[in-house]
Design a protein around this ligand. Structure first.
Ligand code: UD1
Length: 311
């Protein structure tokens, strides 16, 4: 959102604020239109899309274990909600929709890295809903001519993620544990790996996906192309924070995949995507942002540090 405003676009945000906070928008609050509502309400989605040229569909219930616990609710938001977004985009004659898909669609693959040509075999209800979202987007391309691009994210992290829910992303929780000196909890042996991708690179991918020619109807992995285990992540945070914490190991979560690493060749070729922030640098920026937040609890959320974007 920040980058869209910086580039002079007119931005409408539809958000039910179920996992984000309005104060995260503080810096740009008077430059955007914020509609508080859910994608499960098609009338509010239609309102948000009035005169839109491009739609970035990021709204979802994002947690794998939460989908295992309550698949009906995840389905209602991620599939019924996505369908509302697509129908409203079609009717508003939106030029292109960019859908936030997920690497969880792959499930466990026999080899790494994961390539878009591999057959999706999700192992959680969440992975199913994200895969169905892609299929729906592509089908709206075929049936109604709605241009669509799906970005399969590989563990996006960075400032502004809410660490406060049991279903929050692991790095938001670990950064907070290191700041508060509470015990980080690892589900499993900590040797599972993720291709952690800094939020700025997800922003880059979205902006490219809005305009890239020959991208419609396609699915792209958006990651860095590397992988780090949770144990390595804790070691990096020890280095960044200068603290050593004892980790608690709990049983693995249901629906959890073991390893994740993206092949990003297709995104490089068709979108011109090139990750710019490595994991350690992204983790350092994220940790510093949470630290700044703790030091100024009543002030509006500070803008996250950013890499200058070339025009
Ligand atoms: C994440 C995203 C999901 C996205 C997917 C691929 C979140 C909440 N989930 O799923 O939306 O589609 O990447 O981009 O952002 N873990 C711990 N301790 C904790 C929390 C988690 O050990 O306190 C473990 C989990 O069991 C898992 C790993 O850390 O093995 C990552 O978990 P999580 O951050 O929830 O992300 P994913 O499930 O990989």
């Amino acid at each position: 959102m920040d980058e869209l405003v910086r580039r002079g676009h007119s931005v409408v945000v539809l958000d039910d604020l179920s996992s984000g906070k309005e104060e995260n928008l503080a810096e740009f609050r008077n430059k955007i239109t914020l509609i508080k509502g859910s994608i499960t309400d098609i009338e509010v989605v239609r309102k948000a899309m009035h005169e839109a040229e491009c739609v970035l569909h990021l709204a979802a219930r994002t947690s794998v274990p939460r989908s295992v616990k309550d698949p009906i609710e995840t389905n209602r938001i991620n599939i019924d909600g996505a369908l509302n977004v697509l129908v409203a985009a079609r009717d508003a004659k939106v030029k292109r929709i960019v859908f936030a898909a997920s690497s969880s669609a792959y499930g466990e693959t026999a080899t790494l890295p994961k390539v878009e040509t591999m057959e999706p075999q999700p192992i959680s209800p969440y992975g199913v809903t994200k895969y169905v979202g892609e299929l729906y987007a592509q089908t709206f391309g075929r049936c109604y001519g709605l241009e669509n691009v799906s970005l399969r994210y590989f563990n996006i992290f960075g400032p502004r993620q809410d660490p406060g829910s049991p279903y929050s992303g692991v790095l938001a929780k670990f950064c907070t544990a290191f700041l508060e000196e509470t015990q980080p909890v690892i589900f499993g042996d900590g040797e599972q790996t993720r291709d952690f991708t800094y939020v700025e690179d997800a922003v880059q991918a979205n902006l490219l996906a809005c305009e890239a020619p020959n991208a419609s109807g396609k699915v792209f992995n958006i990651g860095v192309g590397e992988r780090f285990s949770l144990n390595q992540t804790v070691a990096l945070l020890s280095k960044i924070s200068g603290k050593s914490l004892e980790v608690k190991y709990d049983p693995p979560r249901e629906g959890d995949i073991r390893d994740s690493q993206a092949d990003i060749s297709q995104a490089r070729e068709f979108l011109g995507y090139q990750p710019k922030v490595g994991f350690e640098e992204g983790l350092r920026r994220t940790f510093e942002w949470y630290r700044a937040m703790r030091e100024k609890p009543s002030a509006p959320a500070p803008a996250p540090p950013s890499t200058p974007v070339k025009p």
